[in-house]
Design a protein around this ligand. Structure first.
Ligand SMILES: *Cc1c(COP(=O)(O)O)cnc(C)c1O
Length: 398
């Protein structure tokens, strides 16, 4: 297909396969892998990533929202697909049941809704119960868990396959809070068992837990970031050799040599102290360039780090400026990033021309969904078609 856009993504599928193998190399045989492909497969394309993983033996996927789950079903993924967030109305539950999505129950409200609609439709469904052990997002507490189990016990349509929780601080140096969450989780599982409810699949590990706490794998792990080729932000005990499959590509659309003393961009934040070639790339903050997640710093140390970074960036210290790559060389983005463009400073002697490909540092989870994605295998573009899996039998839990 002809690519008339000046922005596209290149996704190396050999790298995704490699990352999957890396994760599997740490995975004990009895522990199930739930491959998380939310946020459009962490920017790599949820459908294509899932097809690829499915063809490589993954039989359990996790996403946040119903539209993400349905898109995978429509793409022919016949594995378990689990939803992490609650459904809020009858229409959503009906759609989820028709598509055989594995649901999470996060509240008594979820439980009542699902109980009612599954009975009415007489469709079998699998659910996991979510426990809040200290993240403060979704989840049931002890009393609610027992109530949910008691309500669903008599519903022949519902199979409680799993119970899980999500960790708040597993990437930090300090294990205390994670251990506290873990022991809360275990004691809740135990209480349910005492009350006569034994739930087969227990899980609490995301990528950070997977690297730091092998003792917390239980029966399954939910891994997204590592398969996507990145480490979560933080410190880790186990090391994996990961490859980032993603490149955001664009082209030089203008190139001029400007004199020493020329100003660059809005508010003239940069003045050239030598002549330079200035390239325009058609990528700006509207495309996700230079955007950051604006969280409040997590403590004084973090605050000082953020402050130091802004100070160093103000003085154009090269480690803290954004850079693009053209013909294998890195060049800095200069001046304020525009809505849809940015300026790149290139030494006069460097050999760059209009139309040259540019690799731009747009974060994969911020890149627009409608960009053309080119999948690369053995260095060549390829298509990832829906395809039956070869050599695997999907085992049904009973
Ligand atoms: C995103 C997510 C994961 C995967 O986390 P990674 O750190 O990306 O591996 C696991 N569980 C839940 C509930 C999530 O939302």
């Amino acid at each position: 297909m002809e690519n008339i856009s000046d922005r596209w993504l290149e996704i190396d599928i050999d790298a995704i396969k490699h990352n999957l193998e890396q994760v599997k190399s740490l995975l004990p045989e009895k522990v199930r892998l739930i491959a998380v492909v939310k946020a459009d497969g962490y920017g790599h394309g949820a459908v294509e990533t899932s097809r690829l993983l499915y063809q490589n033996g993954v039989d359990f996927f996790g996403v946040s929202f119903l539209d993400e789950a349905v898109a995978l079903r429509q793409a022919g993924i016949r594995a378990s697909i689990m939803l992490f967030s609650p459904l809020v109305n009858e229409q959503q539950v009906t759609t989820a049941l028709t598509n055989y999505i594995t649901l999470t129950i996060t509240s008594l409200n979820d439980c009542t809704l699902l109980d009612k609609i599954s009975r009415r439709m007489n469709v079998k469904t699998t659910v996991h119960l979510k426990v809040d052990t200290g993240l403060g997002r979704f989840g049931l507490n002890r009393e609610e868990l027992i109530e949910v189990c008691q309500t669903l016990k008599d519903n022949p349509c519902i199979y409680i396959e799993g119970i899980y929780t999500h960790m708040a601080e597993a990437a930090s140096n300090n294990p205390i809070y994670t251990q506290k969450q873990f022991s809360r989780f275990l004691s809740i599982i135990d209480e349910l068992k005492q009350a006569g409810f034994k739930i087969p699949v227990c899980h609490c590990a995301n990528s950070a837990v997977f690297l730091n706490y092998p003792e917390m794998y239980l029966n399954a792990v939910r891994i997204g970031t590592l398969i996507s080729g990145e480490l979560p932000a933080g410190k880790f005990m186990n090391q994996l050799d990961l490859i980032n499959p993603y490149k955001y590509k664009s082209r030089v659309i203008s190139l001029r040599t400007l004199d020493k003393g020329s100003y660059l961009g809005y508010n003239r934040t940069v003045r050239l102290n030598q002549p330079a070639q200035i390239a325009v790339i058609p990528v700006g903050f509207n495309h996700g360039l230079a955007l950051q997640v604006a969280n409040r710093p997590s403590g004084w140390g973090d605050f000082l780090k953020v402050l130091a970074k802004s100070i160093l960036a103000f003085f154009h210290l090269s480690r803290f400026t954004l850079k693009v790559k053209i013909n294998g060389c890195e060049y800095p983005i200069r001046g304020k990033v525009f809505m849809q463009m940015a300026l790149v400073e290139i030494p006069v002697e460097a050999w760059v021309k209009i139309g040259d490909e540019v690799e731009v540092p747009v974060r994969k989870t911020l890149a627009a969904r409608n960009l053309n994605r080119i999948y690369i295998k053995d260095g060549e573009p390829c298509k990832i078609e829906a395809q039956e899996r070869i050599g695997y039998i999907v085992e049904e839990d009973s």
